[in-house]
Design a protein around this ligand. Structure first.
Ligand code: SF4
Length: 373
């Protein structure tokens, strides 16, 4: 309906429910920016406009806590201070620095994107959304973070923290991962992003989600948006966002063989594509349902020319989609057997194993190896 002459149109956002939202988009930004000036977090990637550093921090923070990211971020920058150094590195070097941070496709994409920035953009970070979205591993939210934080462009972001804040602010009472909800969330994210100081706004709304509007027990009484928040008004702050049904985590049983020759242990590299791609591990096999760890270890030992295998212990490790029960066996190569070294297979001296980019469960296995001799 047209606004009657002489009356100003009231700024209105897309509706989450029946009731009209009683705030103008600029009011959210105003409150968040005032709060951020007092309560914003001091983080190693704050205070820079370098898109490389902002990109790196955003990628590392996907699915990972700030506390876990900080030492990785600092080590990574010490070795690869800019996009050119990253592009010139080998994928092995990049993965070695990433080892332990998880979700290794992030490291592979980072490396591939750096090479693309060098090849297509002469090493200069692109400043437009389309070009950013063409880079491996950069989705709409990461692109928005780079554009807003590095280039002060009013680009919306929708990372986990922002998603939660918006679900509550607008009292979204549906699965936030559904396509209709996704559309609403992006519309709201876009509508709330101010043209003035988008650099600060992006960090402010992320900080609100990380420090006050937390997944459990949000600190609503201290929140600068509390008077405007529909979830708070409806008593739904702790209920929203609606959770996805928790899936049972499958448990997988593996055996790994620590074959020792002259004080060195045989390791092999996982294929670059796929789970834990590019990381190192000991020869490993899944225990079939009809077999036992002992029988699987014996078969694995035979395949690697090892004479016998004796049980060393077990470690448990949780990955994102399954839990691993890993049984370790120590083996010696038969007198005549010798596994040749290659790009994917190495004999590594025991003391050097701790510095190798072994994946989580196999790194834990080292604690069993030391007292065994
Ligand atoms: S009032 Fe509570 S639920 Fe609403 S945005 Fe603030 S912290 Fe989140």
């Amino acid at each position: 309906m047209a606004t009657p002459p002489g009356r100003r149109a009231k700024a209105r956002l897309p509706q989450a429910g029946e009731a009209p939202l009683p705030f103008a988009p600029t009011e959210i930004a105003r409150r968040l920016l005032a709060w951020y000036a007092q309560a914003g977090r001091a983080l190693p990637w704050r205070g820079t406009r370098d898109p490389y550093r902002i990109w790196l921090s955003e990628v590392m923070l996907q699915q990972t806590t700030v506390e876990a990211v900080i030492p990785y971020y600092q080590r990574f920058l010490a070795v690869f201070p800019d996009v050119r150094r990253l592009a010139a590195a080998s994928l092995d070097e990049v993965i070695a620095l990433w080892a332990g941070l998880g979700y290794y496709s992030r490291a592979r994409n980072l490396h591939a994107a750096a090479q693309k920035i060098l090849a297509r953009h002469a090493g200069v970070f692109p400043e437009d959304l389309e070009a950013l979205l063409e880079l491996p591993g950069i989705g709409r939210s990461t692109a928005g973070a780079i554009l807003s934080i590095a280039f002060d462009r009013p680009a919306p972001i929708l990372d986990g923290n922002v998603r939660r804040v918006l679900c509550r602010l607008f009292a979204l009472q549906e699965n936030p991962r559904g396509s209709a909800a996704e559309k609403k969330l992006w519309t709201w994210a876009q509508a709330l992003t101010p043209t003035d100081r988008p650099h600060d706004y992006a960090q402010a709304i992320m900080d609100l989600g990380a420090t006050l509007c937390t997944p459990r027990r949000p600190a609503c009484p201290r929140c600068p948006l509390s008077e405007l928040c529909r979830a708070r008004a409806l008593g739904l702050s702790e209920t929203l966002p609606l959770g996805r049904a928790k899936k049972e985590m499958p448990e997988v049983l593996h055996v790994a063989l620590l074959i020792e020759r002259d004080g060195a242990i045989l390791v092999r590299r996982r294929p670059y594509q796929g789970l834990l791609g590019g990381l190192w591990e000991f020869p490993v096999a899944e225990v079939p349902a009809e077999s036992t760890p002992e029988a699987t270890a014996a078969a694995l030992a035979a395949r690697h020319g090892a004479a016998r295998a004796r049980a060393l212990g077990a470690v448990r490790h949780a990955y994102s989609h399954f839990r691993l029960d890993l049984r370790l066996y120590l083996a010696e190569p038969a007198a005549t057997a010798c596994v040749a070294e290659s790009e994917e297979c190495r004999w590594v001296a025991r003391p050097a194993l701790t510095a190798l980019a072994l994946h989580g469960a196999h790194k834990k296995a080292l604690s069993l190896l030391a007292p065994a001799r």
